[in-house]
Design a protein around this ligand. Sequence first.
Ligand SMILES: *Cc1c(COP(=O)(O)O)cnc(C)c1O
Length: 308
Amino acid sequence: MRCMETKSPIQQIDCNLWIKREDLIPLSFGGNKARKAELFIEDFDKGDYDCIVTYGSSSSNHCRVVANIASSRNIKCIIISPEEERKTTYNSILINMFGAEVRYVPLSMVHTFIEKTLVGLKDEGYKPYFIQGGGHGRLGTQAYVNCYDEIKSFEKEHSIFFDYIFFASGTGTTQAGLVAGQIINKDFDRNIIGISIARKNPRGKDIVVDSIKEYLGNDNLADLIQEKTIFIDSYINDGYGKESEEINHTIEEVMNKYCIPLDQTYTGKAFYGMECYLIENNIQNKNVLFIHTGGTPLFFDYLNTRNK
Ligand SMILES: *Cc1c(COP(=O)(O)O)cnc(C)c1O
């Protein structure tokens, strides 16, 4: 692991690096959860619903975006959250400020509690709209098929082709959308590489593959989907949200030199993983696109840890 020998892998990289700033999507600090939420709220509007239920931890970007959309439209919002990960973060403070009702339950009971909550709300006369944690599901995938189309338009406009696309992969919905877009467009000489922020293979990859299959609904594509889903679990470190010196260094370097905030859980980890991957695989003179998937409030959580 040559990458680990130096604190500044970015200086060893010999590629053209581009960053797609999903963090600048103009809705509640942006990010991939904002892009997904736009489709969920469209769907909410189409149906006969009057409240939203979703799931996520205290540091969830997804819950912050959903709670903010709900507050802006005066929609009741209930968030089911695992007791074990209960802590105060900028996202949890924001979620509170948006007036969402957070119900904490032990992780093992989440599934049944969600069912119970939905039934309870219906009994009270509400018409709840449920969004899976992280905006997982067909609409979340659709959001990143749309993003893939945006990338294609950008390439056309600027006469460029991205040989590699890197990003943080969590529930895998972002990756599923991008790979589905690649398959729809038959862009097979491009590598789309999800850097896992928590899940190990084979499970991590399997979930992405299943999402793509569900989205494309074509059984003949199974082998192609397997081949095109590149889910790298080598840079997880100690697990979800766990910090490391390398990631902290990456966050500070990218902010100091390029004026772009990253975070410890997602983008900092993925950026560092991308650097290592490029170096370890000796990838040179390629056009590389990093998708900045958002999470700006987590950058400020990082600053708090730094001040202690
Ligand atoms: C949720 C999240 C991810 C992971 O996206 P998935 O679609 O769940 O894989 C990556 N980056 C940020 C900042 C996120 O909030």
